[in-house]
Design a binder for this molecule. Structure first.
Ligand SMILES: [Mg+2]
Ligand SMILES: [Zn+2]
Length: 236
């Protein structure tokens, strides 16, 4: 029975993939610059970011603890936040075309972010993708201070001991193989649940250090090309 399942599994993965769930991180992946970093740099105390980042990368502090410390210093109106993101975040080359292609090819695209709903909504509307679904936390910005609003991701992840994107992915994945695209610390745990991983920057360094397979990318044209080839030949 086990053997039969293994053979069916191999057949499944070697068959062309007609539908991926394409799971995409937002900050530093869809955007060229991390909007959280931009906001803290401009409206908060950037020395807090500099002092906690090494601890986050090394795994001594959770992403959420770091965000709490960083955003405690941010004072700005929602209008100032949106103006800054518009001017400075940038969109990674090829993203809009990539989503159009993916949808046309029958894949599902969903954004999994550890950032903020209000920021993401504004960016997606501006690039004509207001209907692109996403999961994220949120922040209430004001000139007096910022309040982070955490989305309930269920109980803490048993693998990384934090409210992890894995919970959001598990809710959505269904029977389809997952292609995960990301760049940072909040993508580390969840990309272990994906069938194919596209990584850049810190996530790529971390995966390489762990000897785990991933596809490097600079822009979304790269990803489309690679994903088309993988879909055609099957995953393994
Ligand atoms: Mg990111
Ligand atoms: Zn996790």
């Amino acid at each position: 029975m086990l053997e039969a399942r293994r053979i069916v599994g191999l057949w499944y993965h070697r068959a062309p993939v007609t539908r991926f769930l394409i799971a995409v991180d937002f900050d530093g992946t869809i955007t060229q610059r991390d909007t959280l970093h931009l906001i803290v740099e401009r409206f908060g105390d950037r020395s807090v970011w500099d002092s906690v980042t090494p601890d986050v990368i090394a795994g001594r502090m959770s992403v959420e603890e770091a965000m709490q410390l960083e955003f405690a210093t941010v004072r700005a109106t929602p209008g100032q936040i949106h103006d800054l993101v518009r001017d400075a975040a940038g969109i990674r080359e090829g993203f809009v075309d990539f989503v159009m292609w993916a949808r046309g090819a029958g894949h599902q695209v969903h954004v999994f972010s550890n950032g903020f709903r209000s920021v993401i909504t504004d960016v997606l509307a501006r690039i004509g993708l207001a209907d692109l679904p996403f999961d994220a936390h949120d922040a209430v910005f004001s000139a007096e201070g910022t309040e982070l609003v955490w989305t309930d991701r269920g109980t803490r992840c048993t693998l990384c001991d934090r409210p992890c994107k894995r919970a959001d992915l598990a809710r959505l994945r269904g029977e389809y193989p997952v292609a995960y695209i990301g760049d940072g610390v909040s993508d580390r745990c969840v990309c272990g649940a994906a069938d194919v991983v596209f990584a850049r920057w810190e996530l790529a360094d971390w995966l390489a250090g762990q000897d785990r397979p991933f596809h490097a990318f600079d822009d979304f044209h790269d990803i489309r090309q690679q994903l088309e080839a993988i879909a055609k030949r099957g995953i393994r």
